[in-house]
Design a protein around this ligand. Structure first.
Ligand SMILES: NC(=O)c1ccc[n+]([C@@H]2O[C@H](COP(=O)([O-])OP(=O)(O)OC[C@H]3O[C@@H](n4cnc5c(N)ncnc54)[C@H](OP(=O)(O)O)[C@@H]3O)[C@@H](O)[C@H]2O)c1
Length: 239
């Protein structure tokens, strides 16, 4: 039995990842605020967790212990949930949006990795974490500083965790993935924001048909980073 936990399955890339893993007979647990009626069947379950509230993350520890007791062949955590966090230039930031962006995009992968490692580190099964990042980790986007900061944080989290795990008897593999620009609700929201300086670039990408289908990207992620050997600690960029 192979188990996957995925955050943010209600739409976008997370929905695609859940569909592809279910197709491959994974037992998938979706974690998030909203479930997804397109995901169902005996191998799927939803656990309600609002990642804006990082103090709630530790409540999933009993669920992880239950999974460990089932002695699966492998366990996979995909920290996918995210918000675009485009809340203005520094000096004009909406503080609630800043907190939400840090909580969902950075604190939730940190705390989920923490509880996941606490439960699974001693076990000899195959363990992997995929952290969904973005090219924004390395690109200064005016008006989107919090998004850039959180994605840079996710990438350094990945590298530090690799260093901590690499000499363990049963290391957890961990990578970050920059998936490229996807045709998801997040992109639609961004291109409709009135004052985002990169708005025209995003609108042009959409009009030119340059956004990628999230289901195809999900399939590519599963083929390259779930079903295949990976270089732990690496940030991978999809074209
Ligand atoms: N789209 C792109 O072009 C692009 C490019 C690079 C990287 N990425 C990254 O790819 C990942 C997926 O993005 P996407 O484009 O698929 O975004 P999306 O369509 O907006 O979906 C985001 C997912 O995150 C969930 N989420 C947001 N806030 C949450 C919260 N407080 N608690 C729990 N879940 C929450 C959403 O669920 P609900 O809103 O239903 O709660 C949804 O399922 C993100 O990490 C994003 O940064 C996207």
């Amino acid at each position: 039995m192979k188990i996957a936990l995925i955050t943010g399955i209600s739409k976008g890339l997370g929905e695609g990842l859940a569909k592809i893993l279910l197709e491959r007979n994974y037992r998938v647990t979706g974690l998030g605020r909203n479930d997804n009626p397109n995901l169902n069947g005996g191998h799927y379950r939803f656990v309600s967790l609002d990642l804006k509230k990082p103090d709630k993350i530790k409540t999933i520890k009993p669920l992880l212990q239950e999974m460990a007791n089932e002695q699966p062949e492998s366990i996979l955590l995909i920290s996918n949930a995210g918000v675009h966090g485009a809340c203005g230039a520094i000096g004009e930031l909406d503080e609630d949006k800043v907190l939400e962006t840090f909580n969902v995009n950075l604190l939730s992968p940190v705390l989920l990795s923490n509880v996941f490692t606490d439960v699974f580190a001693p076990l000899s099964l195959h363990k992997r974490i995929l952290n969904v990042s973005s090219a924004a980790a390395n690109s200064p986007i005016p008006g989107g500083s919090t998004y850039c900061q959180t994605k840079a944080g996710v990438e350094i989290l990945t590298r530090v965790m690799f260093e901590e795990q690499k000499n363990k008897p049963y290391p957890i593999e961990v990578i970050a993935i920059r998936p490229g620009r996807l045709d998801t609700p997040m992109q639609a929201e961004l291109r409709h924001l009135p004052n985002l300086p990169m708005g025209p670039i995003l609108r042009k990408a959409y009009e030119d048909g340059a956004l990628k289908d999230p289901l195809l990207t999900a399939r590519e992620i599963v083929e390259k980073f779930v079903d295949s050997p990976i270089e732990s600690g690496t940030t991978y960029t999809l074209e």
